[in-house]
Ligand binder design. Structure first.
Ligand SMILES: NC(=O)c1ccc[n+]([C@@H]2O[C@H](COP(=O)([O-])OP(=O)(O)OC[C@H]3O[C@@H](n4cnc5c(N)ncnc54)[C@H](O)[C@@H]3O)[C@@H](O)[C@H]2O)c1
Ligand SMILES: [Zn+2]
Length: 373
């Protein structure tokens, strides 16, 4: 088991532990007790995770005589709305949850984001902990306190920073994840290695596709290494005033690709393709050597992820999506690039250079729209 302390700069009272280990969920009750006493526990989960992880946890907490309720939401991104949060908060009032109650998010990023947001606003803020059950949630969304929901006009447009009291990540729960969801998680792990952990990169390179097997004994350390990159960044820049932006490596184009594909491409796969382009830009503008660029691209492919933007998404629709996402300002887009494996920088790229480069590296045909700003 690994314990990583996330210490927020200037806010030591809000620091918290990430516990990562096989079988760690059996310590949930003990770990909660170390945090203090609570009037009521509310486990929030989705219908897929409920029988796999949430019900056994519910039984265990109840066996200690602890007052616990289970809230089950439909699975999937469509659930991440304000309506869901309002309904959940309404149920909390019906059961008399008060300011001393604790919410426990048991699920992937969708459940974590909803639960964290409900905890941020219910009675002006109650405490919550994260029990992430997807690889993506274990290495990314459960850490750092970004919570929120989607609006019809865009993803994650309503939200709050609200840090959990604890994150418990158990790799044993990943055995039931579909292979594509495992790959999505690895996109974020590769990102962490590329922006801040050369040692993790070498381990990933050595192990390759073997890591997609949830039983792989290396997985626990790999999750912990990826978490430590995110913790290091978040601890210095909780509210994303600067450094935290490096976590967006591959995400600028990744988000544009998700939007341009109408969310048919999953987040991790879109981020992988975005990292593929960012690696090429890094070679062009950030001094990344061809050898390191090739190693980065080959690792992404080894884990079954794409490095190229799909041919049916044209350059112009990506630029439109970047513009809509406010990523282009005064004709400039700020990209996270890597100057070497493990070292991220922010680099401004003009829209014209971006269009030329995308067209060139992906063999896109120029869509012919002139003067895009
Ligand atoms: N808050 C943040 O910092 C942050 C960061 C990255 C992503 N996110 C958000 O996270 C969400 C994506 O997270 P996700 O990929 O975990 O999606 P998800 O929560 O929708 O989970 C994906 C699917 O896997 C299922 N699932 C979960 N655990 C399982 C298990 N152990 N076995 C089998 N199936 C399981 C879920 O029911 C769901 O159908 C997005 O909404 C994204 O915006 C938030
Ligand atoms: Zn991401």
């Amino acid at each position: 088991m690994q314990r990583i302390r996330l210490t927020l700069e200037g806010r030591k009272d809000s620091s918290y532990d990430l516990l990562i280990g096989r079988g760690i969920l059996s310590s949930l009750h003990r770990e909660i007790q170390r945090l203090g006493s609570f009037s009521f526990y509310g486990l929030v989960t989705d219908e897929v995770v409920r029988p796999l992880v949430a019900e056994p946890l519910l039984e265990e907490l109840k066996s200690y005589g602890i007052k616990t309720a289970l809230f089950t939401l439909p699975a999937g991104e469509a659930t991440k709305t304000m309506d869901t949060v309002v309904d959940l908060c309404h149920e909390l009032t019906t059961l008399s949850f008060d300011r001393k109650s604790l919410l426990i998010a048991v699920g992937g990023g969708v459940i974590g984001d909803i639960t964290g947001f409900a905890a941020a606003i219910y009675m002006r803020g109650i405490r919550y902990i994260q029990v992430p059950t997807t690889l993506l949630a274990q290495v990314d969304s459960a850490i750092g306190g970004k919570t929120g929901v989607d609006l019809p006009s865009g993803k994650n447009l309503l939200g709050a920073f609200h840090q959990p009291l604890l994150v418990l990540a158990d790799p044993d729960v990943l055995g039931t994840l579909p292979p594509d969801a495992m790959r999505d998680g690895f996109a974020e792990i590769i990102k962490s290695a590329l922006i801040g952990q050369p040692k993790l990169f070498s381990i990933l390179e050595m192990e390759g596709a073997n890591l997609l097997n949830a039983d792989n004994p290396m997985l626990e350390n790999i999750i912990a290494d990826a978490c430590s990159v995110k913790c290091r960044v978040v601890s210095q820049d909780e509210l994303e005033a600067g450094l935290r932006r490096i976590l967006n490596f591959g995400h600028t184009l990744g988000h544009a690709l998700e939007a341009a594909s109408n969310y048919k491409i999953s987040h991790g796969h879109a981020v992988a393709a975005g990292m593929g382009a960012a690696v090429q830009f890094s070679r062009q503008w950030a001094g990344l050597t061809s050898d390191e660029a090739d190693r980065a691209l080959s690792l992404i492919r080894k884990l079954g992820l794409p490095t190229e933007l799909p041919a049916d998404v044209d350059v112009n629709s990506l630029l439109v999506a970047l513009e809509r996402d406010k990523k282009i300002q005064a004709g400039i887009c700020h990209f996270v690039l890597i100057s070497k494996i493990g070292q991220a920088i922010i680099h401004p790229i003009s829209v014209e250079d971006l269009r030329q480069s995308l067209t060139q590296i992906q063999g896109f045909r120029d869509s012919g729209i002139q003067g895009f700003q």
